[in-house]
Design a binder for this molecule. Structure first.
Ligand SMILES: NC(=O)c1ccc[n+]([C@@H]2O[C@H](COP(=O)([O-])OP(=O)(O)OC[C@H]3O[C@@H](n4cnc5c(N)ncnc54)[C@H](O)[C@@H]3O)[C@@H](O)[C@H]2O)c1
Length: 255
């Protein structure tokens, strides 16, 4: 059975570009109506204009508690409900290991990559449980850095490992309430803006060490291929998956 998202309403964070935009595009192609969330208004507006009437923009910082309920409220106002949440917004660190962590970078990475998904999940779950027929799906976007120790710096690696914990706890706590939560762990992807984090330089020694592991990645994943994994996880076709940690890296993390 092909994965369909017909009649589903999905919130996708970090959807102004990169993987989030690819996920929104694939969700709409599968029949969903989507709310695209991003902190970057210019990118968000351009993307929503491109995607048409099944895309609605909400500019927000996912790490700001005061913004998050508004994302849910705006979605219900525009499309009547929320069925799927994709916690995709994320920022990279500068490859620094713990001995050289810059506290500002640490706080930002943990806030966007971990506190943001918790805040959005908390608000979405309240709505999922309040429906006449309770239920919903959460798809978290992790990384190979959710599974391995040094594909990035300490902050990013910690945030993405912890997101696995949030995923499994959510899956277990709500498994009898028709709510599923799974995490995709992508390998390297091109054509995204995640390298913006390197504008102020990187920790060269640890970046070199981290890049050595890249030699084990057979190829760089295409964004539409990764987005299809999210479509599958959001759809009823994957209803047996809950708390699953899905390496989507061509086998890189299998080494
Ligand atoms: N690119 C890769 O190689 C790669 C590999 C593994 C995992 N990932 C993960 O994939 C996800 C998407 O990354 P991407 O590569 O498309 O990067 P990207 O930078 O192109 O996209 C991330 C989006 O999140 C938005 N964003 C950042 N902070 C935000 C905030 N506080 N509130 C709302 N939006 C915010 C950005 O504006 C951007 O549009 C991230 O979670 C990232 O960690 C990326």
């Amino acid at each position: 059975m092909a994965a369909s998202l017909a009649s589903k309403v999905a919130i996708i964070t970090g959807a102004g570009g990169g993987l989030g935009k690819a996920i929104a595009t694939a969700f709409i192609a599968a029949g969903a109506r989507t709310v695209l969330v991003d902190i970057n208004k210019a990118n968000l507006d351009t993307t929503v204009a491109e995607l048409g009437e099944k895309a609605h923009a909400v500019q927000a910082n996912v790490a700001a508690p005061e913004s998050v309920q508004n994302i849910i409220d705006e979605t219900i106002k525009r499309f009547g409900t929320v069925d799927v949440l994709v916690n995709n917004a994320g920022v990279m660190d500068n490859f620094a290991p713990v001995g050289d962590v810059d506290l500002k970078i640490w706080d930002k990475v943990i806030a966007v990559n971990l506190t943001g998904p918790m805040l959005l999940s908390r608000a979405a779950i309240k709505h999922f449980l309040s429906k006449d027929t309770p239920g919903g799906v959460i798809v978290n976007i992790g990384s190979t850095a959710s599974l391995r120790g040094n594909c990035a710096g300490a902050a990013y690696t910690t945030s993405k490992h912890a997101l696995v914990g949030l995923t499994k706890n959510t899956a277990a706590a709500y498994h009898k309430k028709n709510i599923r939560c799974n995490i995709i762990c992508p390998g390297a992807m091109m054509n995204t803006n995640i390298k913006d984090a390197f504008t102020n330089g990187t920790h060269a020694e640890n970046q070199q060490l981290a890049l050595l592991t890249m030699a084990m990645q057979p190829n760089v994943s295409e964004l539409p291929d990764m987005a299809n994994v999210a479509v599958y996880l959001a759809s009823d076709t994957s209803k047996t998956l809950n708390g699953a940690v899905i390496a989507a890296d061509g086998g890189w993390s299998a080494f």
